[in-house]
Design a protein around this ligand. Structure first.
Ligand SMILES: Cc1cc2nc3c(=O)[nH]c(=O)nc-3n(C[C@H](O)[C@H](O)[C@H](O)COP(=O)(O)OP(=O)(O)OC[C@H]3O[C@@H](n4cnc5c(N)ncnc54)[C@H](O)[C@@H]3O)c2cc1C
Length: 385
């Protein structure tokens, strides 16, 4: 749903200009320094990027899902680590509070997240619980007016920068499965919370992950999201449903950028006396990429429109994430191929993108987990019909 096409177009124009004039020229600096330059962070704040999806009443732009994916198509066209800087504030870090938080939790945290004053992280994964997130072992034992947290969370995006963590923990350590999992907001600086060393990653340099460790970390009971125990896993799954669609849209943006660069290269680069773009075998790679990209874009928009219309789009979100992230990987591979040797050395952006986009098939649910979600829903629907 687009609320006001003129306002959205103005926003998209502004963000496109920012991507083109400020982010793309700083991609190498981002990768080399492994940090988003502070002047760029300040500009992101002033453009409202930290609050894109936070409701207007808390200082954000309150984008609908369709508006959000259209923005992500644009933001995806530069190094993904730039988007990651404010991605958790709009997505997995804040959505648990937006969807299920108490009025007091919303009023306290959302304005700070929307302005970028505070960064939010989402802490679900553990050393022993990745795809099987419901088997998580971090415990949150009630003790008076506090919960006492113990456990380790792994690969937590923006943990080194985060002011708050949405942590999924087991409030009934004896119970198995998802029913005993609750979501809690834990503030940085809480005694008993510490961070591991920053992970050295294959790509997306400038976006940081690390372990988040809880050792008898006492968290006020009022930080239990929604004030209700045992519904944290449901909160996490709702957050991921939305997040998957956002990542699918970023994949579309990244593929558009890679393909545009590859097309330009193919039109410039001459072999056998003519531009390589005139060879039909190169054209096949361009055409297959364009076709798959178009399909992914249509899927993302359709799923976003369904979500805005209030439909359950759990299956469509997984279909979009699965197809768009795998498509992005295939496009990256073909674009390296079109660049030949130049695609393997770091003078061209494609070498970096090839590594950066590999993550999209892994986080917020691997491709195999998306397949399981889709098939499980198909079987359930058929059994109920
Ligand atoms: C850079 C980065 C950032 C991340 N950010 C966050 C974050 O902010 N917050 C957070 O909570 N997590 C985060 N994650 C964690 C991420 O979501 C997990 O890595 C991902 O869900 C996979 O879990 P895993 O690594 O334990 O792999 P595993 O679950 O061990 O999977 C390994 C392989 O087995 C396959 N597999 C597992 N189960 C099945 C099955 N039932 N059927 C078929 N195949 C299966 C998987 O698809 C995969 O191919 C991040 C990870 C990375 C690398």
């Amino acid at each position: 749903m687009i609320r006001d096409p003129e306002i959205l177009d103005a926003l998209l124009d502004n963000i496109s200009r920012f991507v083109r004039e400020r982010l793309v020229p700083n991609e190498n600096r981002l990768a080399e320094t492994d940090a988003v330059p502070p002047d760029i962070v300040a500009e992101m704040k002033s453009l409202g990027l930290f609050g894109l999806c936070i409701p207007e009443e808390y200082g954000g732009l309150g984008l609908t899902m369709e508006e959000e994916v259209r923005v992500a198509f644009v933001l995806g066209q530069t190094s993904p680590a730039f988007r990651s800087m404010f991605g958790t504030n709009n997505g997995i870090g804040s959505q648990g509070i937006i969807m299920d938080g108490t009025p007091a939790q919303k009023a306290h945290y959302l304005p700070k997240l929307a302005s970028g004053e505070m960064v939010a992280s989402f802490a679900l994964t553990e050393p022993g619980a990745g795809s099987d997130a419901a088997s998580l072992a971090t415990s949150a034992r009630r003790d008076g007016d506090c919960y006492v947290l113990n456990g380790t969370k792994r690969y937590i995006t923006n943990a080194p920068e985060a002011g708050i963590f949405t942590v999924m923990a087991r409030t009934d350590p004896a119970a198995k499965g998802s029913a005993a999992i609750s979501a809690l907001i834990v503030e940085r600086g809480t005694p008993g919370l510490s961070l591991g060393r920053i992970d050295r990653k294959m790509g997306q340099h400038g976006a940081h992950t690390c372990d988040v460790i809880f050792e008898d970390c006492r968290v006020p009971a009022e930080n239990l999201i929604g004030g209700v125990e045992g519904v944290g896993f449901k909160t996490a799954m709702k957050v991921l449903d939305k997040g998957r669609l956002h990542i699918a849209a970023v994949c579309v943006g990244a593929a558009e950028r890679m393909l545009r660069d590859a097309l330009r290269y193919a039109m410039d680069r001459k072999q056998f006396g003519q531009p390589i773009a005139e060879f039909q075998l190169v054209q096949a790679m361009l055409a297959d990429s364009k076709t798959e990209l178009y399909a992914a874009r249509c899927m993302v928009l359709d799923a976003a429109q369904r979500r805005d219309a209030g439909e359950n789009m759990n299956t469509e979100a997984s279909c979009a994430k699965l197809f768009a992230s795998e498509m992005c990987g295939r496009v990256a591979d073909r674009c390296v191929q079109i660049h030949g040797g130049a695609g393997y050395v770091s003078d061209y952006a494609i070498e970096r993108f090839y590594r950066d986009v590999r993550l999209f098939r892994i986080y917020e649910g691997t491709s195999q987990i998306q397949q399981l979600v889709i098939a499980r829903n198909m079987i359930r629907d058929a059994a109920n019909s």
